[in-house]
Write a protein that binds this ligand. Structure first.
Ligand SMILES: [Ca+2]
Ligand SMILES: [Ca+2]
Length: 270
């Protein structure tokens, strides 16, 4: 079904520049990949920056970021190598943090949108140590040099899904972003308007580097032992132009079965 959806989205992207229909810019479940190095499989390549003596690994149809060695920045360009400028971009993926960055004063980013053909990285998600390494929080910045905004504490070892809603506004120093987080066991509502952001960030800091205005893919970063978190279970990566596109299949089921699924959600939260 996803494959059909992607083809449908690509066909629309080719036929019309208007964001009048759902478009999947990128999606990857890693399920057909061999265990081992991610780079070289699917659309993934190594970006400039960190080296690769401990490459990002695929295992069991998911990817992991491990800080116990020099890191690696990986990127995947959007389907059709399209460039997205203006409008709203959503990206989402599942992830589980096993270990926080070792220094509470040095959070580090681990995911973002690739810009400028994969040379730049923007719309960055950070992981920060909380509660002396027993918990973590997610942070966001529009570019690396912008100050981070962090949300509430989250739990180690719990699979979460994060959805980033990035308003890519023409001009500099004006993009805004909402980040949503929910345990995978408690799927997102199909109603975008009912969501409460985990954090909201606006980029208005004049005098800094402006945000990138053209996005070409998605990226993950496995940094060095002093900075990075250990993240596993990265899966169901989706980038698109609408919220419904980045909500994984369980929430699609929500649309279909309505009230029954809401009951299930309530039960799973107990
Ligand atoms: Ca998978
Ligand atoms: Ca802008």
């Amino acid at each position: 079904m996803l494959r059909t959806f992607i083809s449908f989205g690509l066909a629309l992207a080719a036929l019309t520049p208007l964001h009048s229909a759902p478009i999947v810019y990128f999606a990857d479940k890693f399920n057909s990949y061999l265990d081992g190095d991610l780079v070289g499989q699917g659309r993934w390549y190594q970006a400039p920056g960190l080296g690769s003596n401990l490459p990002v690994q695929v295992s069991g149809g998911q990817i992991s970021l491990d800080r116990h060695g020099a890191g690696q920045n990986v990127r995947a360009n959007f389907f059709g190598d399209v460039t997205i400028s203006g409008g709203v971009i959503y990206y989402g993926f599942d992830f589980t943090v096993l270990e926080t960055p070792v220094n509470p004063d040095f959070p580090d980013y681990f995911a973002g949108l690739a810009a400028n053909g994969g040379i730049g990285i923007s719309a960055l998600l950070y992981i920060r140590q909380e509660d002396e390494g027993q918990k973590f929080s997610l942070g966001f910045s529009h570019v690396i040099s912008e100050e981070n905004t962090f949300g509430a504490e989250l739990l180690l070892g719990v699979p979460y899904r994060v959805i980033v809603r990035y308003h890519n506004v023409p001009g500099d120093f004006n993009d805004t972003t909402d980040v949503f987080v929910s345990p995978v066991a408690s799927p997102f509502s199909a109603d975008e308007n009912s969501l409460v952001p985990y954090l909201t960030d606006g980029y208005f800091s004049e005098g800094n580097f402006p945000e990138f205005n053209e996005f070409t893919g998605i990226g993950f970063r496995q940094a060095d032992p002093l900075a990075a978190a250990v993240v596993t279970g990265i899966d169901n990566v989706i980038v698109g132009n609408e919220y419904a596109v980045v909500v994984p299949e369980p929430a699609t089921a929500l649309v279909l079965v309505g009230g029954g699924a809401l009951l299930l959600m309530r039960r799973s939260r107990k």
